[in-house]
Design a protein around this ligand. Structure first.
Ligand code: UFG
Length: 327
């Protein structure tokens, strides 16, 4: 069976990708330093503990498994933290990715699926974004992901390394079977924080900014179910292995929801109040990030099945009540 090297396979999206890869007949080999990931989340293939900056370790892993491709998820991903500590983001996300990409090219593993972000687009006056929209990231996280996209383009020209880049919108939900789910420490994402507030694990949720230029004054995001997202990755992998060449795809649903919309859905689904208060804006937040996925649907044949707020919050709530990891 063909193996795929999955960096960040112990993290939220990476662990769901490993399950999707295993179900598609691949062996997902997780490479993770466990700084933000969880060894318990590695359930669907072998685990190799290592850091992206460790070239010798990466070389050994490429040699051992001879993967047909790389899925590169491993990264720091908090917008707010990236504004406070940009050096960490540039070193880890850009430096680490460069080491990985060099190791892949040296090993002759020339197909890579890269996890990028809509944060590379920045704040763009309420337009619906597509893959050709200009990229003006307004935070160090988005800038670091944009830089890796550039590295991949240069490595294609120089070394023939082909890439599929996925720019994600806001990922939410969990495996409906409850085998893996979202669990960060510390947690910064809206959906899990909201669920913590609902069941009393934290006092309340703070809404970051209520004076944005949106109908209810709170930020608008395009939420996509993690299972739909990783299905797209398997299609992207097949796209590369079929020799269809490098391509960028946005993964969103085309529908935006405000923070208050998300809270209202959670109240309806759980039948519980969401304790919350209005707070100031969080540095680095864009007003609105929404994208269609016309290209992914037309070219990859991707069709998101579970990306309604109802399904995402229902699956996240189930996981929240039953699943968590410990180190
Ligand atoms: N929010 C709150 N209160 C909180 C947490 C979040 O009001 O306690 C708001 C944020 O201000 C934002 C929305 O909820 O408007 C979503 O915030 P998240 O932190 O869940 O997600 P982000 O939009 O900041 O970031 C996520 C990923 C990034 C990705 C980005 C693109 O974490 O990796 O989506 O939008 F780049």
């Amino acid at each position: 069976m063909n193996s795929v090297l999955v960096t960040g396979g112990a993290g939220y999206i990476g662990s769901h990708a490993c399950k999707a890869l295993r179900n598609a007949g691949y062996v997902p080999v997780t490479y993770d330093n466990l700084v933000t990931g969880w060894q318990e989340a590695v359930k669907f293939g072998p685990f190799e503990h290592g850091d992206l900056s460790d070239r010798a370790r990466l070389d050994a892993v490429f040699k051992r498994y001879e993967p047909v491709a790389v899925m590169h998820f491993a990264a720091l991903s908090q917008v707010g933290e990236s504004m406070a500590d940009p050096g960490r983001y540039w070193r880890n996300n850009v430096g680490g990715s460069l080491t990985l990409i060099e190791a892949a090219a040296a090993a002759g593993c020339l197909d890579i699926v890269f996890s990028s972000t809509c944060a590379t687009y920045g704040d763009q006056d309420n337009i619906v974004l597509d893959e050709e929209s200009p990229q003006y990231p307004i935070n160090a996280y988005g800038a670091s992901k944009r830089a890796v996209e550039n590295i991949l383009t240069d490595f294609e020209t120089a070394h023939g390394l082909r890439h599929v880049i996925f720019r994600y919108f806001n990922v939410a939900g969990a495996d409906p079977m409850g085998e893996v789910g979202e669990f960060h420490q510390p947690e910064t994402h809206l959906v899990p924080l909201m669920l913590d507030a609902i069941d009393g694990k934290r006092d309340e949720l703070t809404i970051f900014g209520t004076d944005y230029d949106t109908p209810d004054g709170t930020c608008i995001r395009d939420y996509v179910h993690v299972c739909d997202l990783v299905d797209a990755h398997v299609l992207g992998l097949k796209w590369l292995l079929d020799g269809r060449g490098s391509r960028v795809f946005n993964l969103g649903t085309g529908t935006g929801f405000s923070v208050r919309d998300v809270l209202a859905h959670a109240r309806e689904i759980t039948n519980l109040e969401v304790p919350h208060r209005d707070g100031p804006r969080r540095p680095g937040d864009c007003t609105k990030l929404v994208s269609g996925s016309t290209r992914a649907q037309a070219e990859l044949g991707w069709s998101p099945h579970r990306s309604t707020l109802r399904d995402m919050i229902t699956d996240a709530w189930r996981w929240h009540q039953t699943g968590h990891y410990s180190r």
